[in-house]
Design a protein around this ligand. Sequence first.
Ligand SMILES: Cc1cc2nc3c(=O)[nH]c(=O)nc-3n(C[C@H](O)[C@H](O)[C@H](O)COP(=O)(O)OP(=O)(O)OC[C@H]3O[C@@H](n4cnc5c(N)ncnc54)[C@H](O)[C@@H]3O)c2cc1C
Length: 473
Amino acid sequence: MKTSSMSMGFTLSLSSSSSIIFHPCTKTHDVFCLARYHKKKRKGIRMQIASSTAQVSAPSRTQKIMENISTVSEAGGAGGASSYHALKRLDQLWLEIRTHKSDASAPTEVVKCLSGSYLQTGSKPRMLQFDVIICGGTLGIFVATALSLRGLRVCIIEKNILKGRAQEWNISRKELMELVKVGILSEDEIDEVIAVTFNPNRCGFMGRSEVWVEDILNLGVSPVKLIDIVKQRFLRLGGMIIEGHSVSSILTYQDAAVVKLDNGEALDAHLIIDSMGNFSPIVRQIRSGKKPDGMCLVVGSCARGFKENSTSDIIYSNLPTRKVGESRVQYFWEAFPAASGPLDRTTYLFSYMNAQPNCPSLEQMLEDYWDLMPEYQGARLDDLEILRVVFGIFPTYRESPLPAAFDRILQVGDASGIQSPISFGGFGSISRHLGRLSTGTTLSINHSLDLLWRSGFFACLNIVCIHISMCDL
Ligand SMILES: Cc1cc2nc3c(=O)[nH]c(=O)nc-3n(C[C@H](O)[C@H](O)[C@H](O)COP(=O)(O)OP(=O)(O)OC[C@H]3O[C@@H](n4cnc5c(N)ncnc54)[C@H](O)[C@@H]3O)c2cc1C
């Protein structure tokens, strides 16, 4: 895209010193190549240390498979990383969660609430830089664009590069059309981002009859394309994106909120939207570092070489409970054609569990997956080319959606706990709420309704649909 067509859209990057650099977004890539180069160098050193201390144990089958796949293009959001190193990192987090003691140290205080005015300090009243600052860009970009379309001044802060992951998102057309209703995408663009379509789709539980449905979770959307299209639209609307910097703290005042970044820069706005996912530092503070009530673990792959590849399994179980490590788990499958080729298929193995110290690690589940998946799909592992390994953990809390804890800070996406009871997450779950979220937020800002920036109002915005939605069935 040419710089001229982006005249209103700038990407803002912050240098490690105190200066703020504005530059047209076409140049962003070059700037961040350098940052990534330094990051890679640091990562390389860390990996060398890790491998030199782990010389004794032979690599697992999972490690061998994963280290054979090139993972150059990882993304920041849930399920965005697919390297063995990232798997070990997430497994370490999962170990810390499940062995968490009730007297574990309190989480860092990211948000501080101050009672005074921010706008009236100093000799002249200040103007706020933004109406809304969105922390975390994966699903945040959809909210940001919906708000920009309504005329608000919006900034996104994303600690990585704002881009979609390689692995497709499953969704139903009805949910995707919500993006058209809100004005974020045109119908033509909807067709452009649908990478693959499949029907019919099965739900089945071992020993029970199967149910086949049509047009439910039967689309694979390319997050890479989708986020890129919406990102460009957001920039053209005059939105600002800060990539490569983390939110480190937030101060809320009677009349504003101020976000501090990891390099000490500060940005102010009427409202902060926390879209930093399941492991948002703000959510951790609100939940006082509480151990999740439940956990959904998912592992899987996208592989080439399946002969039967036209239908999908939305949820399917073909096994009784089984012992993995020191605990018993019930496994469920999800499987669907992938967009990368006619013989390519994505298969996920997932399980719901209480977070107990003896729960299996993701790597242990993957070891099981390599044995069980070929049998489930009627294939031989040796005949399959593993293109990508995917994994994730979804913490769940009885107290959901998350009650808003601070005035001027609203959670959206996975951070909000508004997700569906079965999938515990989802792009689909934001699309259903976008209209209401953007109307409520715009109303509060356009009418300077202080009352609406109170946490009580946010509690109404983050209502939950108790029923299991079309996305789940
Ligand atoms: C294996 C797997 C398969 C899935 N399949 C599907 C599917 O088929 N369909 C579907 O709808 N959903 C699916 N999901 C769920 C979906 O990926 C998530 O619901 C979605 O990514 C949530 O987006 P989010 O923006 O709320 O959180 P995240 O994806 O976690 O993104 C949070 C963002 O915040 C950024 N961030 C974090 N901390 C900071 C900070 N301090 N400062 C600035 N930025 C920060 C991160 O870099 C990231 O970009 C799947 C998830 C997994 C793990």
